[in-house]
Write a protein that binds this ligand. Structure first.
Ligand SMILES: *Cc1c(COP(=O)(O)O)cnc(C)c1O
Length: 253
């Protein structure tokens, strides 16, 4: 029996040449290709900053740390999502509070308010299978209760909510470049998009041992960096993203 793969990575000569160019550049971590990929991702999503990191989960973990998520906090999250959506919460001691989904497979906004308690700090809508969650209502409720919104965009590169790209609507958006995603690299990778400059600076320090400059460590951080070869590959994929998304839709239809 011939099996049809769920997804295939995008691999052509342009990708191969980009990888070779990075191999021969002499710089391998957070250098020119990463800077260019970050600028292009920010431009594409319509945000001020994109911060590359080792995976989507790593990015959300750093975000929770930067936003001060602490033990006892509660975060609203759809019950139908990928397991990594909730791992960063648990590592911070916070409690995922599951919200059932609606017919779009995203969180059912009518069930949000009844799950809010004095311990609730934020909402993590997941744009599952590329479909944006109903953010208008999510925003209304978040605003009313003083909650933050972080968008899980791991499966939604290029999706729009009304006239805006996902990842540009909440405090931040988190993308994955795992090989099964719409925009993938040939390894692991992720990025956080945000309009908050202080938050982006904080994430840039956290991903790189708390470094402000080469020998000045202002925070106790991590090594959750991204690398040049994957950034060079991702840049080619980003230029193809709209075309590949259109092709997915055609095939699905
Ligand atoms: C893939 C995925 C993640 C995790 O992404 P990684 O890059 O593997 O950490 C998180 N949320 C959703 C919805 C995903 O599909």
């Amino acid at each position: 029996m011939k099996k049809i793969p769920l997804s295939r990575v995008f691999l052509n000569d342009e990708v191969r040449n980009a990888a070779i160019r990075a191999l021969e550049s002499g710089s391998y971590i957070l250098a020119k290709e990463c800077e260019a990929f970050e600028a292009e991702l920010a431009d594409y999503t319509g945000t001020k900053h994109a911060v590359l990191c080792s995976s989507c989960t790593a990015g959300v973990f750093m975000l929770h740390q930067a936003m001060g998520v602490k033990p006892g906090d509660e975060i609203l999250v759809p019950s139908h999502t990928a397991f990594p959506s909730i791992e960063p919460m648990i590592h911070c001691g916070a409690k995922p509070v599951f919200i059932d989904i609606d017919e779009t497979y995203c969180l059912d906004v009518d069930l949000l308010e009844t799950s809010i308690t004095p311990r609730t700090v934020g909402i993590l809508p997941v744009h599952l299978y590329g479909h944006p969650a109903n953010l208008d209502r999510v925003f209304e409720i978040a605003q009313k209760h003083g909650l933050w919104i972080v968008e899980d965009c791991a499966q939604a590169h290029g999706a729009r909510f009304k006239d805006k790209r996902v990842g540009s609507l909440g405090v931040a958006g988190a993308f994955s470049f795992f090989p099964s995603k719409n925009l993938s690299v040939l390894g692991d990778g992720g990025c956080i998009t945000t309009n908050d400059t202080a938050l982006a600076d904080h994430l840039r320090m956290l991903r790189n041992h708390g470094r402000k400059t080469k020998y000045v460590h202002e925070l106790v951080g991590y090594n959750l960096r991204f690398n040049e070869i994957q950034a060079a590959i991702g840049r080619v994929g980003l230029r193809k993203l709209d075309e590949l998304n259109a092709q997915r839709r055609r095939i699905a239809a």
